[in-house]
Design a binder for this molecule. Structure first.
Ligand code: NAP
Length: 259
């Protein structure tokens, strides 16, 4: 019997990067995991990886920038194994997709970032809550960012969305604390993923620095994190051991934010 036996988890953006690591570790802890994103090939590969390791997983293709798809996701994710007990809001649009000062920001990119990073977690949480409330047990875990704590240049929509999602999750936590539902955030620093690779290259070029030297000084501990540095916190927050932890946001950032 492992910590999450019998629980069904939905991990958005579970096809690669941080979501991939979280999906793998939730499955290793006994959860039945549904991964969701737009890239079918990546989802299929994660499902295979989990099955090969003796776990249970399924995939649902979903574009969280399309409101109708977001609204259907929690119900669709409940089909393979039953209703979602653990919702991991991980999918995100990074600033690296179109970094600019706010004065030159494209409104379409603002809307896209807010839709995927803030509105989707709101809608998915709302859709997951009825089952969690009924069974008096639920976990909502959102991958925010240290940019939910501090700003970054040329990343206005991203910073706003990540500050916003911390507030959203605290509101949910306070409203559902007596119902056995905990709601928490993880705030990663720079993690080696596709999203952050592009950002690190952009910043090195913007600052006129050698890429390797720039990367080395990104955290006080040194260099960047890897997705597997983030996943154990998600597994812990999903477990019964963390039943008294709610409304919190944990920095996993190599020591960038020490406040
Ligand atoms: P990543 O490897 O690029 O993964 C992003 C994931 O989000 C992918 O699975 C992607 O899948 C999914 N996604 C993006 N847009 C989507 C959409 N419209 N609909 C559905 N899924 C979508 O980046 P990552 O670094 O692991 O990012 C995961 C989370 O960590 C994000 O919320 C990010 O803001 C946060 N974070 C990352 C870092 C970092 O340094 N890497 C730091 C702090 C916070 P598809 O493209 O296939 O749809």
């Amino acid at each position: 019997m492992t910590a999450l036996n019998g629980r069904v988890a939905l991990v958005t953006g579970g096809g690669r990067g941080i979501g991939h690591a979280i999906a793998l570790q939730l499955a290793a802890a006994g959860a039945q995991v549904v991964v969701a994103s737009r890239s079918q090939d990546e989802l299929a590969s994660v499902v295979r990886e989990i099955s090969d390791a003796g776990g249970v997983a399924a995939a649902v293709e979903c574009d969280l920038s399309d409101r109708s798809q977001t609204l259907a996701l929690v119900a669709d994710a409940g089909e393979p194994f039953g209703p979602v007990d653990i919702l991991v809001n991980n999918a995100g649009v990074g600033s690296s997709a179109d970094p600019r000062p706010l004065a030159e920001f494209r409104d379409e990119f603002w809307d896209l970032t807010l839709e995927v990073n803030l509105t989707a977690p709101y809608l998915l949480s709302k859709a997951a809550l009825p089952h969690m409330r009924e069974q008096k047990w639920g976990r909502i875990i959102t991958v925010a960012s240290i940019n939910g704590r501090i700003t970054a240049p040329h990343a206005g929509a991203y910073v706003a969305s990540k500050h916003g999602v911390l507030g959203l999750m605290r509101s949910l936590a306070s409203e559902h604390a007596p119902e056995g539902i905990t709601v928490n955030c993880i705030c990663p620093g720079p993690v080696q993923t596709r999203m952050n690779d592009v950002r690190v290259e952009y910043d090195a070029e913007r600052l006129g620095r050698d890429l390797e030297a720039h990367e080395k000084q990104l955290t006080p501990v040194g260099g960047r994190l890897i997705p597997a540095d983030i996943a154990p916190m998600a597994v812990y927050l999903a477990s019964d051991a963390a039943r008294m932890i709610t409304g919190q946001a944990y920095n996993i950032d190599g020591g960038i934010c020490m406040a």
